[in-house]
Structures are given as structure tokens and as C-alpha cells.
Ligand binder design. Sequence first.
Ligand SMILES: [Zn+2]
Length: 137
Amino acid sequence: MPSKTFIVRAHARTIHTRPVTFICAKCHQATTRECYPGTPPKYCLNCAPKKKKASATRKPEKGMFKPTHHLVAHRTGEQIPVCLETSPDPGWFWVRTALDWFSGESIIQYHRHKGLYSRDKPLADYSLEEIASTTGI
Ligand SMILES: [Zn+2]
């Protein structure tokens, strides 16, 4: 590969995007998108205004994503393998998918008694099912 010097972003403050899992406000599908910190998206890529952002390839480097539950969409029957990650709020867990596990975050939360929440609203269309063979949370 020929070498080239790029000064792109060399001195500017660089803000990295990271995958965030959320429920699309329009089609109510669980989805994971690249976004900038502090600005959680409202819509999935299908529903959002198009923006060019190539971020398909991301190679995992640390830890293994070990799904403990399935996030089940009642509407479609879709099952998304997720892992519950302890959140700062007592009793609450972050629902993490493989896509956001390494460098992203999720704004979907789960509480053993209160259930699933997204942006402080109950997620009625989804439920968590423990994956067999784990001793679950
Ligand atoms: Zn959508």
C-alpha cells in the first residue's frame, strides 16, 4: 500500500461514533445504530433520513459477547441474543446486543420486576427470555 500522510482530524477534537441499541420510534423494531455520544437516535436506518456513514466493519477485540437472554419482539417473533450488563442504577441492567457489546452502548434497560424500558418508557412489545443452560440473572 502506498503511504500517504493524512492530516484529517489530527488536531481537531475527534468524536467517535459508537453503536447504540434502541427501539425505533417509528417501526418499533429493536435496532443498533452508530451514533455520536449524547445523541441517541430515534429511528432505525430504514426510518431515518439517509445519511452517509460507513461503519459496517468493526472487529471485536476485547472479551466475548455471551448472550444470556433473548430480546423477543412480540410483533415479529424476532429473537435477538442479548446480554444483561449491570447498570449504575440498582436493580437495573443494560440490554446489550452483540453489535454494541464491544464499543457501544444500549439505552434499553431491564429490571427484574419492572421489565424492559427504553428511554424511561416501558417496552410493551418486547420481552426477555432467558437462554437455557445459563444460570441467568
Ligand atoms: Zn424504524
